[in-house]
Design a protein around this ligand. Structure first.
Ligand SMILES: Nc1ncnc2c1ncn2[C@@H]1O[C@H](COP(=O)(O)OP(=O)(O)OP(=O)(O)O)[C@@H](O)[C@H]1O
Ligand SMILES: [Mg+2]
Length: 174
């Protein structure tokens, strides 16, 4: 059965694809990039075309959320150096056009670690950011601002397994 997630706030489907569960282990940054590649490929195909795509990245300090977002940026061909937005809250990167159809024009990387409630997202023009279909949003520490999040978003969990080893689990568009 095809499962389509509906955003209850905007009443539109976020995904065309079926949502599955992934559980991966990355034993080094190269493997992390492979996980990011697989994840992105499906995401670009399965995400609905009329809204931003929001991916929440949960997990302890140092579990790999920013490292994963850096992999995503590299894969998308972002030229700028991606650094943690912990202090600036949000960073926006243009995704260069590389021929063919391209689902996203901007990668938006947010770190909500220092926020305490959803309303604080308003400072980031959050509703407009969510409504712009050209945005691919990666949000670290989504639980800090849970009231500002659409019910149906993609959630990934990062865990420290060992030195250099991390597990990545969560939603996956099949
Ligand atoms: N397999 C791996 N996957 C991800 N990161 C790894 C891996 N092996 C080593 N690392 C290192 O672990 C660190 C992860 O830090 P990162 O800044 O990504 O954490 P974070 O989850 O964003 O933490 P914070 O909540 O503080 O923002 C990086 O220095 C990264 O290079
Ligand atoms: Mg981080």
């Amino acid at each position: 059965m095809r499962k389509t997630r509906i955003c209850t706030r905007c009443e539109s489907a976020f995904f065309r694809g079926k949502i599955g569960f992934m559980a991966k282990t990355a034993r080094n940054l190269g493997e992390l990039k492979l996980v990011a590649e697989g994840f992105l490929k499906k995401l670009s195909k399965g995400a609905a075309a009329d809204k931003a795509v929001l991916v929440g990245l949960s997990g302890d300090l140092g579990s790999g959320k920013t490292a994963f977002t850096k992999c995503v940026a590299t894969i998308l061909g972002v030229d700028d150096t991606v650094t943690s937005p912990t202090f600036v809250l949000e960073k926006r990167y243009n995704i260069p056009v590389r021929g063919g159809r391209q689902r996203f024009a901007r990668l938006i990387h947010i770190d909500a670690y220092r926020l305490n409630k959803g309303e604080e997202m308003n400072a980031l023009d959050w509703e407009a950011t969510l409504g712009d279909k050209q945005n691919l949003i990666f949000l670290e520490w989504p639980e800090q601002v849970s009231s500002a999040l659409p019910k149906n978003m993609i959630n990934l969990n990062f865990e420290y397994v060992d030195d250099g080893v991390r597990s990545i689990s969560g939603d996956y568009i099949e």
